[in-house]
Design a protein around this ligand. Structure first.
Ligand code: PLP
Length: 344
């Protein structure tokens, strides 16, 4: 029985062509600024994202943590949407490393400029923490791969600038946003001081993220990365995977999005709760209200049929499409999940 792994878009394996590009990559010691593959990836990504400079880092978590260190001081407050990766999935790093606290705005990961203004607290107040950063996740993972509306992003970031707050984009899946909206990456990133993007999600690379922003911010980011222990040496062997992915373009993400809709429309025929309107990219999240079986039961039953998905909460399941699953596999996975839900 062949396994269909929809737990995450991080489970992809590098293709033979990507491995060949990695094996052939020209290398040097990146701590001396001498790895040509890392330098090319950073330059290409900076240009693509419309920023002055970019820095290659081992993970999206480190990109987010560097972003926080660049834009906050301990004791500052950061405004985020509900269930942000930076608060839910980074092992408490934001409190541990940056010493910030979070205020949640809006619903389902999205919020408005009015929500941001309502959450904002001024500098110099006797008892309140100063709001110094707003962090937007696009697409929003736990919101179900939601695209954050760009006009709202522009309004939020304009308000942030007016109020003296920094702006950070957790763009681990910004390539999905670009494909879903047809917008240019540089336009999606333009409102933000600093952005983080992942190679290891939809682009199918084995390792890596980049953080991007002004040249001044990236000079400070080099030191922050070193402090986190994320400074690498002949890391061009990893950067080469990213260069290969950029050469391929992002057209394949359109297929991932179509495959997610295949799964979502089958789930919608069951008694599970799913809002098809939220299935905008490669993530399908559905809920299992009682008396349906709970998430652990559905995950176990599906696994017995070779279909792997994630229990995201006691009654919430996530399925994620990616480069290594095709439409036929997604149709089969959808039938297996529907049967697991309907088995009572
Ligand atoms: C996956 C992800 C990250 C980074 O995760 P790593 O596993 O550290 O690479 C950051 N933000 C979001 C929204 C993500 O989904």
């Amino acid at each position: 029985m062949s396994r269909i792994d929809l737990r995450s878009d991080t489970v992809t394996l590098p293709s033979p062509a990507m491995r060949a590009a990695m094996a052939a990559a020209p290398l040097g010691d990146d701590q001396y600024g001498e790895d040509p593959s890392v330098n090319r990836l950073q330059d290409r990504m900076a240009e693509l994202l419309g920023k002055e400079a970019a820095l290659f880092v081992p993970s999206g978590t480190m990109a987010n943590q560097i972003g926080l260190q660049l834009l906050t001081r301990p004791g500052d407050e950061v405004v985020v949407g509900e269930e942000a990766h930076i608060t839910w999935h980074e092992a408490g790093a934001s409190a541990f490393n940056a010493g910030v606290q979070f205020t949640v705005a809006g619903k389902g990961g999205l919020f408005t400029a009015a929500d941001f203004r309502a959450a904002w607290k001024p500098d110099g107040h006797v008892v309140q923490p100063p709001t110094k950063l707003v962090c937007i996740e696009n697409t929003h993972n736990r919101g179900g791969g939601l695209v954050f509306p760009q006009d709202e992003i522009e309004a939020i970031c304009a308000a942030a600038r007016e109020l003296g707050c920094g702006t950070y984009l957790d763009g681990a899946r910004i390539f999905n946003t670009a494909v879903a909206t047809g917008m240019a990456l540089a336009d999606l990133c333009a409102p933000f001081d600093v952005v983080g993007v992942a190679l290891s999600k939809g682009l199918g690379c084995p390792v890596g993220s980049l953080v991007a922003g002004s040249r001044e911010a990236m000079t400070r980011a080099v030191r922050a990365r070193r402090r986190f222990g994320g400074a690498m040496r002949q890391s061009g062997i990893l950067a080469a995977a990213g260069l290969h992915a950029l050469d391929q373009g992002f057209g394949h993400l359109e297929r991932d999005h179509a495959n997610a809709r295949i799964i979502a429309s089958r789930i919608a025929q069951t008694a599970a709760a799913i809002d098809i309107a939220t299935v905008q990219t490669n993530i399908v999240i559905f809920k299992l209200p009682a008396p349906l079986p709970d998430a652990a039961t559905v995950v176990r039953r599906a696994a017995e049929q070779g279909v792997l998905v994630s229990a995201f909460a006691p009654r919430t399941v996530r399925a994620t499409t990616h480069l290594d699953v095709d439409a036929a596999q997604c149709r089969r996975a959808a039938d297996v999940l529907a049967a697991a839900i309907e088995a009572g």
